[in-house]
Design a protein around this ligand. Structure first.
Ligand SMILES: [Zn+2]
Length: 455
């Protein structure tokens, strides 16, 4: 416990020790709360109920199910009484009981790690809540996957739950997918108080290919507007481009480079189209060849996944791929991704396109601990620093094995401050793991790996 009267005596090292110690105690208390809640649920089981036939005009004590399928029922009064003692509402108390029961009965591996102090209570509770609506066997499948991964459980849980549903309850998975697509729409916010009606906020929920094409088209029109003399910032020009799209003929003329009637400056069509990306939007689909084969053979829809978005039914992906004008039109490329393990090497510093693509697909994000910057916008770093050819470089320095994506911030940190890293095995989802050392040689752990609590 902090001695507040002697705060001024503490140096940096003591301050960090106090803070770390406090965090360790808080973590232990949060785990104990779950353990005690699970025990309390046992004390409120069917045998504990009064069992008196109701002589009153109200129904007698009932059992309720708080957790997911496979968890025991408890008396309806458990949450009310617990809430009173924790000074929280009955709903928060019911949530604590439900999380504790789900962890103990549906996620035994995670429960074990919780008791061992390897997992934060709040992370375990997130998993309990995310998996609650899954069938029992699907929750157990998620539990087993979580036991294998060395990544943050809260980082991977969303994708795992979607995958579990796709595997164990494809009907519900397809139904939820359809519900999400039914949620598409374009919404205009109501005008606010007088004086703020100059602009109107518009929200759109589109499917991903449409959104990608819209985004690229707005960029192209914004570029054309700039060439035609519009000096507004990019986002303002994108907003104006939405206005342009409401006049389809004008939009088509501009995008086709026919600017004779629209130019405010003396600009030719070809000049105006400089810098225009050609409305190329790419959505990456990850398909497992076995899943496609199963669909063809017996109609089993094992689904696929959309890069950065998660799993989808093959039905939906097929609809996107065959959308009229979809792939063929200038607008969008749906690029099926086949896992590749090509291992050729090159001697130049810059990797060829196929190698860059392979490394991006493999690592997906910057590989610094907890960094989530997209690998597509990252630099490809040589893990063993590249030695120029004229300085006697060994051959084949540029190879997938020796490359990893680093966002600019972490690339600079590694290049200028002496932080180092090396590849340290592979995770269960075929993504490499990395071990980082800070400039003093201390391991830099991801946030979810808890320091052992001081005894
Ligand atoms: Zn980064």
């Amino acid at each position: 416990m902090l001695d507040r009267d002697h705060l001024d005596d503490l140096g940096k090292a003591e301050v960090f020790a106090v803070l770390r110690g406090g965090r360790a105690v808080a973590r232990r208390i949060a785990v104990d709360e779950l353990v005690v809640a699970a025990h309390l649920a046992d004390l409120y089981d069917a045998a504990s109920m009064t069992g008196l036939p109701s002589m009153l005009p109200i129904v007698s004590e009932r059992l309720v199910t708080l957790g997911g399928v496979g968890t025991p029922q408890v008396s309806e009064f458990a949450a009310t009484e617990l809430g009173h003692h924790l000074a929280c509402g009955p709903d928060a108390a019911a949530a604590l009981l439900a999380d504790a029961l789900d962890l103990r009965h549906r996620l035994p591996g995670l429960w074990e790690r919780l008791l061992e102090g390897e997992v934060d209570a709040w992370r375990a509770r997130v998993v309990a809540q995310e998996t609650r609506r899954l069938p029992l066997e699907a929750a157990e499948w998620v539990d087993a996957r979580l036991g294998e991964t060395r990544r943050s459980i809260t980082g991977v849980i969303g994708q795992l739950v979607a995958d579990a549903l796709r595997r164990f309850d494809p009907e519900t998975f397809a139904q939820r997918e359809a519900e999400r697509l039914d949620g598409r729409g374009v919404f205009l916010e109501r005008p606010g108080p007088a004086g703020t009606g100059l602009t109107t906020r518009v929200a759109m929920v589109l499917d991903t290919p449409d959104a990608a094409v819209l985004d690229a088209t707005l960029d192209d029109l914004a570029t054309i507007h700039a060439v035609l003399g519009d000096e507004s910032p990019l986002q303002v020009r994108r907003a104006k481009a939405v206005g342009t799209l409401t006049n389809p003929q004008l939009a088509m003329d501009l995008l086709a480079g026919d600017l004779t009637t629209h130019a405010t400056t003396k600009t030719t069509g070809s000049e105006a189209r400089k810098g225009v990306r050609g409305r190329s939007a790419v959505v990456y689909l990850h398909l497992d060849a076995c899943d496609v084969a199963n669909l063809v053979a017996d109609g089993t829809d094992g689904g696929g996944s959309i890069e950065r978005l998660g799993p989808a039914t093959l039905d939906l992906l097929g609809e996107w791929l065959s959308r009229p004008g979809g792939i063929a039109r200038d607008g969008i490329t749906l690029r099926p991704v086949l896992e590749t393990t090509r291992a050729d090497t090159v001697d130049s510093r810059t990797p060829p396109a196929w190698m860059r693509e392979q490394v991006i697909l493999r690592d997906r994000t910057c590989v610094f601990p907890d960094c989530t910057r997209d690998a597509r916008s990252a630099d490809l770093d040589h893990i063993e620093p590249y030695v120029p050819v004229d300085q006697g470089s060994p051959p084949g320095q540029t190879r997938p094995d020796n490359l990893a994506p680093l966002c600019r911030r972490h690339h600079r940190l590694k290049t200028w401050t002496g932080w180092t890293y090396r590849r340290d095995g592979w995770d269960t989802d075929s993504r490499p793991l990395y071990e980082w050392l800070d400039r003093h040689g201390n391991p830099a752990l991801p946030r979810h790996l808890l320091e052992p609590a001081d005894s």
